[in-house]
Write a protein that binds this ligand. Structure first.
Ligand SMILES: Cc1cc2nc3c(=O)[nH]c(=O)nc-3n(C[C@H](O)[C@H](O)[C@H](O)COP(=O)(O)O)c2cc1C
Length: 354
């Protein structure tokens, strides 16, 4: 357990632990768990095993529903509940064609917290969740949108910086935190993107965050079903290997996704070049060309996570991948993060022990 600043067995009690508990009290109360750490939903990775492990270890697991049908989601919620008696949430993608049915399943299954991701949700969706008795968590990519979401009744916000794995916005976590945390005091705000150690958690809490959300750091958990080859790629990678997809031509927008560079990344560039060439030659119209580019990554995350095709699949990962050094049980990961946060608070000049 070298280099963590704390041993996994270290007893994280005392003044600084109490200080930490005070800092994230609102987050803990909102989520109903011991640590205000959300295990961010990761498509194909955040299923029953990882989600229940996060919740059982004191964090807040979130099922990634991705493109699941309502029936499959129902099965996953029930299976997760069979593995944990602790609270967990469900992440729904707002552009899913059956969003309303997915919300109905969550409400029927008494899911307490629903994360509406992948674009701004409609006021009607927010209302439905709230009227059904669940709490709504949304991603706020900027202060104005954060305020708008709160006006629409959202109960908590996640601000996710560009360091994160998966679909990303353009602004860094540190800048978003400075812009949003001082002004959004009405609802709990959770900070995500690039968090790999507890010192960062302590800092964001001191800035006013109610808690944090982590993704990349949990991919190599022992309980994660990600393919061993996918986990090996994470353990080998450093921060600079996790890069956003590159768009070659502004006429053909590419949704930015942060992932580890592999053969697929190269092939994507070649595909864009070839498609743009065919568009210029009049072989494809704008819409056909755009579709060919969009289809390139279809199914690619599943190919990497489940089938272990780390060459051509999508290795979505955040910059904190450099801090993933081995496979570890979720409980150990969370203990490490909490221990580091406590040590950081202990070491503050004028901190609780001085
Ligand atoms: C492999 C992978 C898949 C992800 N899939 C989703 C998803 O389906 N829905 C979502 O809202 N966020 C998704 N995310 C983002 C995470 O929920 C989380 O916000 C992010 O990983 C936090 O940043 P970090 O990776 O730096 O810890 C994904 C991230 C990764 C690494």
């Amino acid at each position: 357990m070298e280099g963590n600043g704390v041993s996994a067995t270290q007893d994280v009690t005392g003044d600084s632990r109490g200080h930490l508990d005070g800092l994230w009290a609102a987050g803990k109360a909102f989520l109903g768990c011991e640590y205000a750490i959300l295990g961010g939903a990761m498509s194909w990775v955040s299923e029953r095993n990882l989600v229940s492990a996060v919740s059982n270890a004191g964090g807040f697991g979130v099922i990634a529903s991705g493109s699941m049908t309502p029936d499959l989601l129902e099965v996953e919620i029930r299976a997760t509940r069979a593995l944990t008696g602790k609270p967990f949430g469900v992440n729904l993608i707002t552009m899913h064609p059956r969003l309303d049915d997915l919300i109905s399943v969550c409400l029927a299954e008494n899911v307490g917290h629903i994360v509406l991701a992948g674009g701004l949700p409609s006021s009607a969706s927010i209302r439905r969740v709230k009227d059904g008795g669940a709490r709504v968590i949304c991603f706020a990519p900027a202060v104005v949108l954060a305020k708008k979401l709160v006006r629409s009744g959202v109960d908590a916000l996640v601000i996710e910086g560009t360091e994160a794995g998966g679909h990303i916005g353009p602004v860094s976590t540190s800048v978003l935190a400075q812009e949003v945390l001082p002004v959004m005091r009405d609802v709990p705000v959770f900070v995500a993107g690039g968090i790999g150690r507890g010192e960062a958690i302590a800092s964001f809490l001191e800035m006013g965050a109610a808690g944090v959300q982590i993704g990349t750091r949990l991919v190599c958990a022992t309980e994660s079903i990600a393919h061993p080859a996918f986990k090996r790629a994470f353990v080998k990678a450093s921060a600079r290997d996790a890069v956003p997809t590159v768009q070659l031509d502004p006429r053909f927008p590419v949704i930015p996704v942060r992932a580890l560079v592999n053969k697929g990344t190269e092939l994507f560039m070649e595909t864009q070049r070839a498609v743009i060439e065919r568009f210029r030659a009049g072989e494809l119209d704008q819409k056909e060309a755009q579709l060919e580019i969009e289809h390139f990554w279809a199914g690619a995350l599943r190919r990497a996570v489940i089938d272990g095709d780390v060459d051509h699949g999508s290795l979505m990962a955040g910059q904190s991948v450099g801090m993933v050094t081995r496979e570890q049980p979720v409980a150990e990961i969370l203990q490490e993060l909490v221990g580091q946060a406590v040590s950081a608070l202990e070491n503050r000049v004028g901190g609780p022990n001085i």
